[in-house]
Design a protein around this ligand. Structure first.
Ligand SMILES: Cc1cc2nc3c(=O)[nH]c(=O)nc-3n(C[C@H](O)[C@H](O)[C@H](O)COP(=O)(O)OP(=O)(O)OC[C@H]3O[C@@H](n4cnc5c(N)ncnc54)[C@H](O)[C@@H]3O)c2cc1C
Length: 253
């Protein structure tokens, strides 16, 4: 059910030059029930702006949003000017981008703040009661430059605590990883997320016998989130590789 929520800003954390993580406590109602992948609607001067919930669905009393600040953008300016304790109004939760109720292994492909709904899906999935067959979760997160890198410690911690989760930050505009600390190099790849994903398949399939690449890649569900153009071209790419449309789920910003 879509509700109107009053919420109060508790933290505004600048992660890179143009990306902020906003944390809000819910005031009235003071709890939210949502499914990982859904978004909230922020109304600024009566103009709606949609923001995917970054935090896990287990967190019911607060929400976090991962926002790229667009210079002079209506909501960007409004959010940037918020101070701790300021109140905002959200509508929601809304949206049909949700985890499928199955135990299939999952590939998450995102660029920039497209990480938000996927991060919520991943943390929600990992917090679910441990079952015998935990699905494997692989995140390929596309950024351009070293200066775009953020949330590395959070992702590392998730992957250290949960063996079934692995992630790769894919830098499309860097030519080497010399600026990355040796201990972190294993989390980084050069290139676009689709190319990194493809190389990764070629390595993983070696561990399986009597499986064609098409069969192998259709063992996963695919969750994509990025700008409209990027999602369209990623979807096309996956379909051309032989992935069935019904295994692909996406959200366009
Ligand atoms: C389902 C959904 C979920 C979304 N979730 C998130 C989220 O989690 N985090 C997030 O940061 N955004 C998210 N967005 C995008 C968000 O709703 C806004 O569109 C964005 O924050 C810009 O709003 P604004 O009012 O600041 O800029 P506007 O005032 O709307 O735009 C100002 C100018 O910037 C251009 N512009 C708008 N967006 C971009 C962009 N991304 N890059 C470059 N130029 C742009 C516009 O064309 C316009 O010319 C989501 C969108 C959708 C549809």
């Amino acid at each position: 059910m879509i509700n109107i929520f009053k919420a109060s800003l508790t933290e505004k954390k600048q992660l890179t030059a143009d990306v902020f993580l906003f944390s809000f406590d819910l005031i009235n109602p003071d709890k939210i029930e949502f499914e990982a992948g859904q978004y909230l609607i922020l109304k600024v001067n009566n103009q709606p702006r949609l923001y995917s919930i970054f935090s896990s669905e287990e967190n019911k009393k607060s929400v976090q949003l991962l926002v790229k600040i667009i210079p002079d953008g209506v909501a960007s300016t409004y959010l940037t000017n918020l101070k701790s304790g300021d109140q905002v109004e959200f509508q929601g939760p809304a949206g049909a981008f949700k985890l499928q109720q199955n135990r299939r292994d999952k590939i998450f492909l995102a660029t920039f703040t497209g990480l938000a709904p996927l991060y919520s899906m991943i943390t929600s999935c990992l917090k679910m009661e441990k079952k015998l067959t935990q699905p494997k979760l692989y995140l390929f997160w596309g950024l351009r430059h070293f200066s775009d890198i953020c949330l590395l410690d959070e992702l590392k911690q998730l992957s250290i605590n949960n063996q079934q989760f692995k992630f790769f930050i894919c830098l499309s505009r860097e030519t080497d990883l010399s600026k990355i600390k040796d201990e972190n190099k294993k989390y980084f790849k050069l290139g676009r997320i689709n190319d990194v994903w493809q190389k990764f398949n070629s390595q993983l399939i070696k561990q399986c016998s009597n499986v064609t690449m098409k069969q192998f890649i259709n063992n996963f569900d695919y969750y994509l989130c990025a700008s409209r153009d990027v999602v369209e071209s990623l979807k096309q790419y996956l379909i051309e590789k032989g992935i069935a449309k019904e295994n692909i789920f996406s959200e366009k910003f």
